[in-house]
Design a protein around this ligand. Structure first.
Ligand code: PGA
Length: 244
């Protein structure tokens, strides 16, 4: 299966910086590169990204379809602005903005209804692998409860241990493999054997990406901090291409 690389820019870069990033990006042909910039940049980046063959997505969205929800953005609005996917359930949303599994389940449902593929992030604060397996299984069961195998097509799951995000520490390959295996087992159990790509995220950079891409069961990476630097991002795209 082709390996994925997805940049999560979080709340970084303005329109000028985004434009200069894209102008300096020279891409390895044949790799599907995805970037999730701040939503307000989607319309401004859209044409440039399309010319480069980059797929844009969003980092979050409302759990409602429309209405009186000040400050929120719906799945349909994101699609309108050029998003082709949305990241849901990121631990920064869970921890800083108190999104619980029920809210995330509603967001997942909205994304499915609007035909917007999602990347569901799972993972908790625990260090123990057995505990991590339990936590991610519960997160998957609650977030995906109302979906069918068909609803999952085009979507992915990202395993991101909370302690690995932005810390410079990555989980050990055997831990990543064990949790990725638990995720795949749960997805297959929920969706009659349907396999979906599982990504790893948390302090991925140009130096450790190779080690992560060689872990059994890992279909790609979700990269935060290191994806903001165009040189590092290009290096990571190149390495991803070598493992696809
Ligand atoms: P990081 O973030 O690569 O900066 O650790 C990853 C993420 O939060 O998706």
């Amino acid at each position: 299966m082709e390996k994925q690389i997805i940049a999560n820019w979080k709340m970084n870069k303005n329109a000028l910086e985004a434009d200069s990033f894209l102008s300096n990006l020279s891409l390895t042909p044949g790799i599907d590169v995805k970037i999730a910039p701040p939503s307000v940049l989607l319309p401004t980046m859209r044409d440039h990204a399309e010319r480069l063959g980059i797929t844009l997505g969003a980092q979050n969205m409302s759990e409602h379809v429309k209405g009186s929800y000040t400050g929120e953005i719906s799945a349909l609005m994101l699609k309108d602005a050029g998003a082709k996917f949305v990241i849901l359930g990121h631990s920064e949303r869970r921890n800083l903005y108190h999104e619980n599994n029920d809210v995330i389940a509603k967001k997942v449902e909205c994304a499915v209804v609007e035909g917007l593929p999602f990347i569901l992030c799972v993972g908790g604060k625990e260090r123990d692998t057995q505990e991590s397996r339990k936590v991610v299984k519960h997160q998957l069961q609650t977030a995906l409860a109302s979906l069918t195998a068909r609803n999952m097509r085009g979507s992915m799951i990202a395993y991101e241990p909370v302690w690995a995000i932005g810390s410079g520490k990555i989980a050990k390959p055997e831990e990543i493999e064990a949790v990725a295996c638990a995720i795949q087992e749960e997805v297959q159990h929920l969706f009659d054997g349907e396999e979906i790509p599982i990504l790893y995220g948390g302090s991925v950079n140009e130096e450790n990406i190779e080690e992560i891409l060689t872990v059994d069961g890992i279909g790609g990476t979700l990269v935060g901090g290191a994806s903001l630097d165009v040189q590092k991002f290009m290096q990571m795209i190149k390495t991803t291409g070598e493992y696809s």
